[in-house]
Design a binder for this molecule. Structure first.
Ligand code: SF4
Length: 219
């Protein structure tokens, strides 16, 4: 499933193909373009057999081309939606060039389209260069999963293939992204993290000059 909406239900019922989402007025539309990710988070089911076989967000037929994504958008009027969000069970910025091309093509038709990416903040490590200038004029919001208040805990949770330096790279990514994107936020999940640790994350975000968003826990 490449284009979907979120229903608020937990698990599979939480995601609805855009084709079954009815009137899109005021809704957020999610774009899922890759299964690739440099992390293997302990809370992410994307690598499990069950996920690969049964989950609708696993791209069983591989990554859709830019043309394919545009074909999927074609029947819909995006002028009525709230926000377009690059997300899914993979890191969207693994395909930064393709994601940017999709946005450029959509914005040529819908110049006021609001666009966000939900990211792990490790794209500069993935690509070996600073990709944040490419976000300019394309994204309104970059939302980075912070997950932890320090490098050790971050690595233990995400099992990033880039190792202990990942946490610092994520912070650097946030600061660089601020130069090019109006809203840069970091997220943690309430209840998963203690109040004490959330406060540490809040301080870290304050020091970086970005907003912390505490997301509600979905069991
Ligand atoms: S960064 Fe996101 S997609 Fe990647 S393993 Fe973690 S939760 Fe899953």
């Amino acid at each position: 499933m490449v284009l979907y909406t979120v229903t608020g239900h937990v698990g599979e019922a939480g995601y609805l193909d855009i084709a079954n989402s009815g009137d899109l007025t005021g809704k957020n539309i999610y774009v899922n373009m890759t299964n690739r990710c440099p992390c293997n988070c302990v809370f992410c089911l994307r690598q499990t057999k069950k996920m690969m076989e049964g989950n609708s967000l696993w791209l069983k037929e591989g990554e859709p081309s830019v043309d394919r994504v545009m074909d999927l958008f074609a029947p819909y009027d995006l002028s009525v939606i709230n926000e377009l969000i690059f997300c899914g069970y993979g890191e969207p910025l693994e395909r930064v060039a393709d994601v940017c091309e999709v946005i450029d093509r959509l914005k040529s038709k819908y110049p006021d389209l609001k666009v966000r990416v939900n990211t792990n903040g490790l794209a500069n490590l993935v690509h070996g260069r600073d990709i944040t200038p490419e976000l300019a004029g394309r994204f309104d919001t970059v939302s980075i999963s912070l997950n932890a208040p320090d490098a050790e805990e971050f690595l233990a949770l995400t099992r990033s293939k880039f190792g202990i330096g990942s946490f610092e790279a994520l912070q650097e990514f946030a600061v660089l992204a601020k130069r090019h994107v109006p809203n840069v936020v970091m997220t943690v999940v309430e209840k998963v993290m203690s109040e004490e640790k959330i406060e540490l994350c809040r301080k870290l975000c304050n020091d970086l000059g970005v907003t912390l968003r505490v997301r509600p826990f979905e069991s």
